[in-house]
Ligand binder design. Structure first.
Ligand SMILES: *Cc1c(COP(=O)(O)O)cnc(C)c1O
Length: 389
């Protein structure tokens, strides 16, 4: 396992700011403005004609948002990046920009549930067909990608945490001429840099680890200059799901500690995963770090995983007895969280990927936060003891 970003790279990230506007401030300012005025008529003409590049209107470009975009692009080893109002805005924009009616998309199974719902509703109405494949089965992926326009990946996948050989999947997509897109929210660029593995577009729910403090909902897409320009020019400008300056500022703050936080989440979650695996009342632990080896390209693991409880555990009592693990969706912040599978299965929203992919009502998903491994383990042990009949 490598250490993710080197120390020098982290220092470079901390130093990322717009010198001209920051008065030498170590933290970039929040440029909370909707528009930017021109010096004179000629400058306006130069800008509108495309001869000069400058800030005009914050829907398409804002200095604080730009600082975040440049930091993230550097971390993902991408030429450029574009921020969005949410992870879902990043997902929908990335997919819609590169498909047309009549096209077919291939997606790995067990993608983030709202991505699954986007594919089953809006994309379906746009006459874009989506087929699902097991991302661990390279032959099935190769067959499914024949004639497909776009390959939508997520690794590890949501809930089941299936970790794929992303480089191998990207190569198959390239062979078939399909645009490859990956949701890298779980691993973050600290543990997985899909651009270096041959993926075209890397997106994040920045609401998770990039922000890291559960105080912002945001998204971002990184890739080649050309593809990012198209996303900025079409999806960002016309669909309009832009990232705000204050949210972008919170994200730049989160990125500075990303590497340190990820290593702490990794260590704690691995230890808790191992201890859960050793228990009789835990029948299965879905954590890529507990396998013999990680797939190529994934150099570490994060704090989110799921496990199955035996019939002797009352899941409601277990959840209600936990004190440090709070019941709640999302993840990636300081706090530890739990989501019971049986509640997700009872969710009204349709289409429901939990049913489509056979999620077990005996499973729970936890996010291991930064409260400390021993305190979190005591919490889990006490709640399991209380939940036994
Ligand atoms: C939360 C999440 C999203 C959606 O992001 P939002 O910022 O909530 O819109 C996408 N992918 C994954 C893996 C997520 O966990």
């Amino acid at each position: 396992m490598n250490d993710g970003l080197s120390q020098a790279e982290e220092i470079a990230l901390i130093g990322a700011h717009d010198e001209g506007h920051a008065f030498g401030a170590v933290v970039p300012p929040i440029v909370q403005t909707s528009l930017f005025t021109f010096e004179n008529y000629d400058e306006m003409v130069e800008t509108y004609s495309g001869r000069k590049e400058r800030f005009v209107y914050s829907r398409a470009l804002n200095p604080t948002v730009r600082v975040f975009e440049e930091m993230l692009a550097r971390m993902e080893r991408a030429e450029d990046a574009v921020g969005f109002a949410s992870g879902m805005a990043a997902i929908s924009s990335s997919v819609i920009t590169f498909v047309e009616p009549g096209d077919r998309i291939v997606a790995v199974r067990n993608v983030y549930p709202d991505a699954y719902r986007l594919f089953g509703t809006i994309l379906k109405r746009m006459k874009v067909e989506v087929t699902y494949v097991d991302g661990l089965d390279l032959e099935a992926v190769d067959t499914a990608l024949k004639g497909a326009k776009l390959f939508y990946m997520e690794s590890p996948t949501s809930w089941e945490m299936e970790a794929h050989d992303v480089g191998a999947l990207a190569a198959i997509a390239r062979k078939h001429g399909a645009v490859s897109v990956i949701d890298n929210s779980w691993a973050s660029p600290v543990f997985q840099q899909p651009i270096t593995l041959g993926v075209d577009l890397v997106l994040h729910s920045a609401s998770k680890y990039l922000g890291g403090h559960s105080d912002v909902v945001a998204g971002v897409v990184a890739g080649s200059k050309e593809m990012v320009a198209r996303l900025r020019g079409e999806a960002l400008s016309y669909l309009g799901g832009k990232l705000g300056p204050f949210d972008a500022w919170l994200l730049t703050r989160g990125l500075r500690t990303l590497s340190a936080r990820m290593k702490a989440h990794e260590a704690s979650a691995l230890e808790i995963g191992r201890r859960l695996s050793a228990r009789d009342d835990v029948t299965k632990v879905c954590h890529p770090g507990l396998k013999n080896h990680l797939p190529p390209g994934l150099s570490g693991t994060s704090g989110l995983f799921s496990f199955h409880l035996s019939e002797e555990v009352n899941i409601k009592t277990f959840c209600d007895h936990l004190e440090l693990f709070k019941l709640g969706v999302s993840w990636g912040g300081h706090e530890s969280l739990i989501v019971p599978g049986e509640v997700v299965l009872a969710q009204k929203a349709q289409p429901n990927s939990a049913h489509a992919f056979g999620m077990s009502p005996r499973s729970v998903r936890i996010h291991v936060g930064l409260e400390g491994t021993e305190a979190l383990w005591r919490d889990l042990e006490a709640a399991l003891a209380a939940a036994k009949n």
